[in-house]
Design a protein around this ligand. Structure first.
Ligand code: ADP
Length: 469
């Protein structure tokens, strides 16, 4: 570029000095100034401009030093003015570009990955932090579609996120991105919307911080907790078995001893009916004790002493969503909530009911691990249903997984029925006990298009609608 500018300056000087054209040829020096503006710094540009002015004046002096010509003087002055104005504009432009560059460089200082995309999703700016996190250079990333490039997995449907962004101007949430080397990262993403002067959306800036490390630590903690819960369950089960054996064994031994004694009293030459009767009475008493022990242990296992309190079902579901989040993001499952408004409260044990919904939702998410992406959708719906005797509250948990073969449907709620490698097969069985202890019902049905629908209906304390005041 400097060589072209120099050649051009020489050509202009030659034509200006040695041709007889009555034109302000020297005006063309502005092209030399413009060419130099993109390659020179401030000082270089001033030197080039000064040189052009000197050449223009020099030509004028050579041509008109002995015969003064007003028109030629005016042409020279116009050329000098054009060179000066162009130089000032270029300097101003250089200054603005420089300050924009230094502002953009500030964004590169942050550890977060920052990029800007237009309203169609095409990347227009890609920071150094984004290059560090994802692996693509700005030249590779700019012009690409952000969602496709990063293979973004959203926690909720994208339409909902867009709606929030356009309404409030911002959105915040966890996303799953795939880097250039195929590595998956979980990021805390903050989106801000830029609008034009008429308020129309122009672009969105995404600031993403990598929280994969924290997530891994949480996963490890979750795993440890799950293992601990498993061990506790197995230990409890073991203790339960041992205590049943221990507590029931004693009355059973007493029954046998008394039975034998009874036979001895009856086997005498003169049977002692009184003693025999006393032995049988002791046998009956011990038999009763054994069944009381069993009843007490069963009550303990069922936790009969429930915490009865008013439960707002939608709030209770909202509370367990964070517990579901990890598994859901891991399997890239979209969540759809259809919670009816104005639901009546129910009386029950909130923690136990949460255990039921969590169990069903986790089963659904795990079942969808291997199906195609569009089918990986978990729907949690609440509604009321009128029954002849009372009003019921219904929770539906629907998935797009492979479903359950019809021949296995009747076994689904049996204890220890599991098709999972590490499954205990207790989840659905415990869920049914809890729902039934609340006076409700739980049902599992296959969906025609594939997947399962679990329906939990719980009685409300309200009478049916037609009788309600
Ligand atoms: P576990 O989860 O320990 O296996 P559960 O009682 O929770 O025990 O579930 C029992 C079995 O029911 C699971 O192993 C699985 O085969 C089946 N199941 C439960 N929910 C679903 C579902 N939404 N889709 C397909 N199969 C399911």
């Amino acid at each position: 570029m400097p060589a072209i500018a120099a050649l051009l300056a020489a050509a202009i000087f030659a034509i200006d000095t040695f041709s007889s054209l009555d034109m302000a040829i020297a005006v063309l020096y502005v092209v030399v100034v413009l060419l130099s503006a993109s390659t020179s710094d401030r000082r270089g540009l001033l030197v080039v401009a000064g040189f052009c002015v000197a050449l223009a004046v020099f030509s004028y002096v050579i041509m008109h030093s002995d015969d003064y010509d007003l028109a030629a003087t005016m042409r020279c002055l116009v050329s000098l003015a054009a060179i000066t104005v162009t130089t000032l504009l270029c300097l101003d432009n250089q200054y603005a570009t420089q300050s924009l560059r230094s502002q953009a460089a500030l964004l590169d200082l942050t550890h977060d990955a920052i990029f800007v995309r237009d309203i169609g999703g095409t990347i227009t700016y890609w920071s150094l932090g984004a290059e560090r996190l994802y692996g693509w250079t700005p030249a590779e990333a700019v012009g690409q579609n952000a969602i496709a490039l990063l293979n973004t997995v959203f926690p909720v449907p994208l339409t909902n996120i867009r709606a929030e962004l356009f309404e409030t101007g911002r959105w915040e949430g966890e996303l799953l991105h795939t880097c250039r080397d195929g590595r998956q990262v979980t990021v805390m993403s903050r989106w801000s919307l830029q609008r034009d002067e008429r308020g129309r959306p122009l672009a969105a800036m995404e600031t993403n911080s990598d929280i994969s490390g924290r997530k891994h630590a949480e996963d490890a903690l979750h795993q440890t907790r799950a293992e601990l819960a498993h061990v506790t369950r197995v230990t409890t089960l073991g203790e339960l078995t041992a205590s049943i054996a221990h507590e029931v064994n004693q009355p059973l031994a007493a029954v046998v001893t008394n039975g034998e004694a009874c036979l001895r009293w009856l086997g005498r030459a003169a049977p002692d009916i009184g003693e025999a009767r006393a032995s049988v009475e002791r046998m009956i008493a011990n038999g009763r004790r054994a069944s009381e022990v069993v009843a007490r242990l069963r009550a303990l296992a069922r936790r009969d002493e429930q915490d009865q309190a008013p439960v707002h079902v939608n709030e209770m579901i909202d509370e367990i969503l964070p517990l579901l989040e990890r598994e859901r993001l891991m399997h890239a499952v979209t969540l759809e909530l259809a919670l009816a408004e104005g639901l009546p409260v129910i009386l029950g044990d909130r923690v136990q009911l949460q255990q039921v919904v969590l169990n069903l939702a986790l089963n659904a998410v795990q079942a969808m691990a291997l199906v195609e992406e569009p089918r990986r959708r978990l729907t949690i719906l609440t509604r009321t249903e009128e029954r002849p005797d009372r009003r019921c509250l219904v929770i539906e948990i629907r998935d797009g997984g492979p479903g359950v073969p019809p021949e296995n449907l009747p076994k689904l709620f049996n204890a220890f029925y599991s098709t999972k490698k590490d499954g205990m097969g207790m989840g659905l069985s415990i869920s049914r006990s809890i729902v039934e202890a609340h006076g409700g019902r739980i049902a599992a049905d296959g969906i025609e298009q594939g997947g399962m629908l679990f329906t939990v209906s719980l009685p409300t304390s309200l009478p049916p609608k037609e009788h309600a005041s």
